[in-house]
Ligand binder design. Structure first.
Ligand code: PGA
Length: 250
C-alpha cells in the first residue's frame, strides 16, 4: 500500500515562536507513528530556516508554500526554488489562493513546477474546481485542464517527486468539506490521468485531499479509494488536531 502523506499548510499564520513550537509538536506526532506515515509542514517563508533548525531527523518534511516561476532577477518579493532547496524538501505549487489572489495561471504553475524540479524540490501540485464550476458540471474538465497545462513538460522520470492535492476551492477554509465520495471520485479521475501520462510510474504519485479536513472527518477521506493523504490548512495550526490526523493515517 502507498505510504500515507499528511501535510500541514500554515498559510500566513504563526509568529516565530508559534512556528517553532508547532514544528516541534508536529515532529513529535510524526515520531509517534514511527515513519509509517510521511508528514510535512509548510511554514511561511521567514520561518523555514528556524523551523529547519528544530527538525533534526527525517520524521518531518519541510515544504515551502510557493516558489517563483523564474530562477533569479528583478522579481521583487519572489523566492526562487533554488533559494529554497537545501532548506526545504518540497514546495506547494498552484494553491487556489495563489491562483485567486495573485492571478496565477496554469502557464505560471507549469513554469513553477519546472523550476522546482530543476532545483531538486519535490512538488505538491494543487488542483480543484470552484463552486460555479462544480454546479455547472465542469469540475472534472477543469481539473483535467489544470493537470494538462501544469504537467505539459513534466518528465515521467520525475513522477516519484510529484504529489497531486485535489482541493475543491469551495471546501477550502469554509468548514464545508467535500465528502469521501466526492474526493474519491476526483482522485480516481486523477489516477486514471496519471496512468495515461506516466504508465507504471503513476503508482508512485500520491493524491491528497484538501479542504476543511480535520480530525473528525480525516478517517472518511483516508478510507476513500485513491486518496493517499491530506493537505490540511487551519487544522494543522492545532497540535492536537494535526497530531490526531497523523495518527488516523497510520
Ligand atoms: P483548510 O485549507 O484546511 O483550512 O480548508 C486547506 C488548504 O488550503 O490547503
Amino acid at each position: 500500500m502507498t505510504k500515507r502523506y499528511i501535510v500541514g499548510n500554515w498559510k500566513m499564520n504563526t509568529t516565530h515562536d508559534d512556528a517553532v513550537a508547532l514544528a516541534e509538536s508536529s515532529a513529535d506526532a510524526a515520531m509517534q507513528v514511527n515513519g509509517s506515515v510521511d508528514v510535512g509542514i509548510c511554514p511561511p517563508f521567514p520561518w523555514l530556516v528556524p523551523v529547519s533548525h528544530v527538525v533534526f531527523d527525517d520524521s518531518l518534511r519541510i515544504g515551502a508554500q510557493d516558489c517563483a516561476a523564474t530562477d533569479e532577477g528583478a522579481y521583487t518579493g519572489d523566492v526562487s526554488a533554488s533559494m529554497l532547496s537545501g532548506i526545504c524538501d518540497f514546495t506547494l505549487i498552484g494553491h487556489s489562493e495563489r491562483r485567486l489572489h495573485h492571478g496565477e495561471t496554469d502557464a505560471v504553475v507549469q513554469k513553477k513546477i519546472e523550476q522546482a524540479i530543476k532545483a531538486r524540490l519535490d512538488v505538491i501540485l494543487c488542483v480543484g474546481e470552484t463552486t460555479g464550476e462544480r454546479e455547472s458540471g465542469s469540475a472534472e474538465r477543469v481539473v483535467q485542464r489544470q493537470l494538462d497545462d501544469a504537467l505539459l513538460s513534466f518528465d515521467g522520470d520525475d513522477a516519484p517527486r510529484l504529489t497531486i492535492a485535489y482541493e475543491p476551492v469551495w471546501a477550502i477554509g469554509t468548514g464545508i468539506a467535500a465528502t469521501g465520495h466526492d474526493a474519491s471520485g476526483m482522485a480516481t479521475m486523477i489516477r486514471e490521468d496519471l496512468k495515461r501520462r506516466f504508465g507504471f510510474l503513476n503508482g508512485t504519485v500520491r493524491i491528497l485531499y484538501g479542504g476543511s479536513a480535520n480530525e473528525r472527518n480525516a478517517a472518511s477521506f483516508l478510507a476513500a479509494s485513491n486518496v493517499d493523504g491530506l493537505l490540511v490548512g487551519s487544522a494543522s495550526l492545532s497540535p492536537e488536531s494535526f497530531g490526531a490526523m497523523i495518527v488516523a493515517a497510520k
